[in-house]
Design a protein around this ligand. Structure first.
Ligand code: FE
Length: 182
């Protein structure tokens, strides 16, 4: 029987080997590294699942890897949130929905953050709206999941290490199950 957990594992098995943008890790490696960094930081189980699934939107569309070169923002955070919201609690879905806004927020409020971004991430930032206006900063900060989204974003930006070893995705199955709506 297809459950959300088996569907997600199947999606990563089928499409997780695709390259993560122009970074030197695959989508699956990037997802596992982001989740592992969340675990290492002592994040809640739901936030670890959010970290694991934050880029699932990239696996749900058929746009090419070089979409940003063509001036296309794939809006992967919107696709992901729509998919996740069907099955998962807000504590999983909301940090994912906000993770692109969190990049804009971090670059706006911590000027050094922009220097840490990889070139593809700088390129997509412009397509995603660039730096925030003061009222956008205030709106973002008022979201109850803003802090989770910022932490997720920091792990996301670090999860591009071709050498980092992680547990297999199956080890996260129980946490994924626990993140589902009751
Ligand atoms: Fe990511």
């Amino acid at each position: 029987m297809n459950t959300p957990v088996t569907s997600i594992l199947a999606l990563f098995a089928e499409r997780g080997n695709s390259q993560y943008g122009f970074e030197s890790v695959s989508q699956l490696e990037h997802a596992l590294q982001t989740a592992t960094l969340a675990q290492e930081a002592g994040a809640s189980s739901d936030l670890v699942v959010a970290a694991l699934l934050h880029d699932i939107g990239h696996l749900l569309h058929d746009l090419p890897d070089d979409a940003p070169d063509q001036g296309i923002d794939d809006r992967h955070e919107v696709l992901a949130a729509r998919f996740l919201n069907t099955y998962f609690k807000d504590s999983v879905t909301e940090p994912v929905r906000l993770h692109v806004e969190a990049k804009r927020y971090l670059c706006t409020t911590r000027p050094k953050y922009l220097e840490l971004l990889s070139p593809p991430s700088v390129q997509s930032l412009a397509l995603q709206g660039g730096l925030m206006q003061p009222e956008e900063v205030a709106t973002f900060e008022s979201n109850p999941y803003a802090e989770d989204a910022v932490n997720l974003r920091i792990w996301d930006d670090l999860a591009k290490d071709p050498e980092k070893k992680t547990a297999p995705i199956e080890d996260f199955a129980q946490a994924i199950e626990q993140g589902l709506k009751q």
